[in-house]
Design a protein around this ligand. Structure first.
Ligand SMILES: [Zn+2]
Length: 534
């Protein structure tokens, strides 16, 4: 048994001992499950594993690795993570059915600290229109599900989907029964993001007062951000006695997203005297984790996002700058270093050697094999020939492109574009499709249009390009361009990302990455929104 479960057990035994006000908050990260339900944010198994390893490093207490019954890809990803992560609990989601729970256990059983998380909807709206079950039937299904999960592991979480819109008395009876059946965590989700902070806090208090055996389990909350209140609602719940929060990196997730991990953790940290609560998160890993999640999912963090947005620590206004220079406390409530934003990073260039490069990689959290380091170093040298300075962001992009991507169906081998005031924009492309080399050429209204037309023809795709955007990763005209595309086909949406100092190459990479993700989604159809739950 590792240290994290001990933290969980300490919490449980403290609660069971009647000490209902321990100050330890269990951080349950669901970036890999609920976060993945963000439109277009599909991740393959290798990408999920990389993010899971970073979440372990960040110090989350529980990683919800996926929903094994949802698709074979999800099953494999959870199994891969369970086999690798050692210091963090790994949870698998399952509907309240024997088959789902069996699959969840099959996927998560190799984990050092496995958890089965089972759920059923509990609001009258869901009972009537979705489940077509009575409250008694839901109660029975919940009890059977928890008991079944309990045969596999001690560590069972039960969630009442759409809990915030459920009848409080029914919820209390249900939680009481689930705890009696063996649930060690009971979770109250605000599935549709409807709750208000005062009301949600009162609901948590009500549950604590009216569920006789509530002290035998950790009470958890899971909030959505449809009204921008996910963090506020989660904090209100913690103040009212909840001791687990379900969160995602960068707040990604279904629709408007989930409660954001970095906001909760930094609120607990910055206002610790006000709240009196602590988490086990290593705050200096927050920024690297945010970058990695953004790179892997393709979801760009909005510049004004709290804690991790590009502007979060940029004091633009002159008066603020002056104030910050005189004394940081005037306008800065957190130091950027505390969330892992390096203010004086070691910059690499074309003369940097393999040793410095390797050191930089491990400083960024990448412990890679010699073979991988060599491969990356070659790419690094190529990039350094084109640019004076290589920043951390550039290296992260290299890692994402070279190491995280599993062998893809489509790979870019060669691109040549011709454009200008007199030339007809033309692209010549060589691709490898399933390892087979193939060439093509085509025209367009501009060089990027020509490139995309040519690739689309070669890949024989019917997908539609619905969004295209370019960002510079760092300053200067030699900065790497980071291109994001959004592709759509048969109701499926995939994001693609690519980076290169040459924006045409970056665009081609992004488009091809999008095609690969779409291909993955086609092979791994996910559940409908109704079936996905909480
Ligand atoms: Zn959710």
């Amino acid at each position: 048994m590792g240290k994290k479960l001990n933290a969980n057990q300490h919490l449980l035994s403290a609660l069971q001992g009647g000490n209902t006000m321990t100050d330890q908050v269990v951080i349950f990260d669901t970036t890999l499950r609920d976060g993945e339900q963000s439109p277009g944010a599909s991740m393959n198994a290798a990408e999920k594993l990389r993010l899971a390893i970073q979440l372990e490093r960040l110090g989350v207490d529980v990683i919800e690795a996926g929903f094994p019954a949802a698709s074979p890809g999800d099953f494999d990803a959870v199994k891969g993570i369970a086999g690798k992560v050692r210091n963090t609990q790994v949870a698998a989601l399952a509907r309240a059915s024997k088959e789902d729970i069996d699959k969840a256990w099959e996927a998560v059983r190799d984990a050092a600290m496995p958890r089965i998380h089972t759920f059923i909807a509990t609001s009258d709206i869901h009972l009537e229109h979705k489940l077509k079950m009575s409250r008694e039937q839901v109660m029975e299904a919940a009890i059977q599900a928890v008991k079944h999960a309990k045969r596999y592991t001690e560590n069972v979480e039960f969630s009442a989907e759409d809990g915030s819109r459920s009848a409080p008395d029914f919820l209390c009876r249900l939680f009481e029964a689930a705890i009696q059946a063996g649930a060690t965590t009971v979770n109250l989700p605000d599935t549709v993001g409807y709750a208000m902070p005062d009301e949600f806090g009162q609901m948590v208090s009500y549950i604590r007062e009216h569920t006789p055996n509530i002290h035998q389990a950790v009470l958890s909350v899971h909030c959505h951000n449809d009204l921008g209140l996910a963090t506020a609602n989660s904090l209100a719940a913690l103040k009212a006695g909840a001791r687990q929060v379900e969160v995602t990196i960068n707040g990604i997730g279904e629709r408007a997203g989930n409660t954001s991990l970095e906001e909760i953790v930094m609120a607990l940290y910055t206002r610790r005297e006000h709240l009196g609560l602590v988490s086990g998160i290593k705050t200096r890993e927050i920024y690297p984790t945010s970058r990695l999640a953004s790179m892997i999912t393709g979801i760009v963090v909005q510049p004004n996002k709290a804690v991790v947005g590009a502007n979060a620590f940029a004091h633009e206004a002159g008066i603020h700058q002056d104030g910050v220079l005189k004394n940081r406390m005037t306008y800065e409530i957190m130091e950027p270093e505390i969330v892992g934003l390096a203010t004086n990073q070691l910059v690499l260039g074309k003369h940097s050697g393999r040793h410095a490069f390797k050191q930089k990689l491990s400083g960024l959290g990448y412990e890679l094999s010699d073979e991988d380091v060599n491969r990356l170093f070659k790419k690094f040298k190529e990039l350094a020939d084109k640019r004076k300075e290589i920043l951390d962001e550039d290296i992260e992009v290299l890692v994402a492109e070279e190491i995280l991507r599993v062998p893809d169906k489509y790979e870019l081998d060669y691109l040549n574009v011709v454009s200008g005031t007199v030339a007809v924009p033309t692209a010549m492309v060589r691709l490898r499709i399933d390892g087979q080399e193939t060439q093509g050429a085509g025209f367009g209204v501009g060089p990027i249009d020509a490139t995309f037309n040519t690739i689309a023809k070669m890949a024989d795709t019917r997908s539609k390009l619905i969004r295209f955007s370019i960002n510079a990763i760092s300053g200067g005209t030699d900065a790497q361009g980071e291109v994001t595309v959004r592709l759509q086909e048969n109701g499926l949406v995939a994001l693609g990302k690519g980076a290169d100092p040459d924006i045409f190459i970056a665009s081609a990479k992004a488009y091809i990455n999008g095609l690969n993700r779409l291909e993955y989604l086609n092979r791994n159809p996910s559940l409908s929104a109704e079936e996905r739950g909480l």
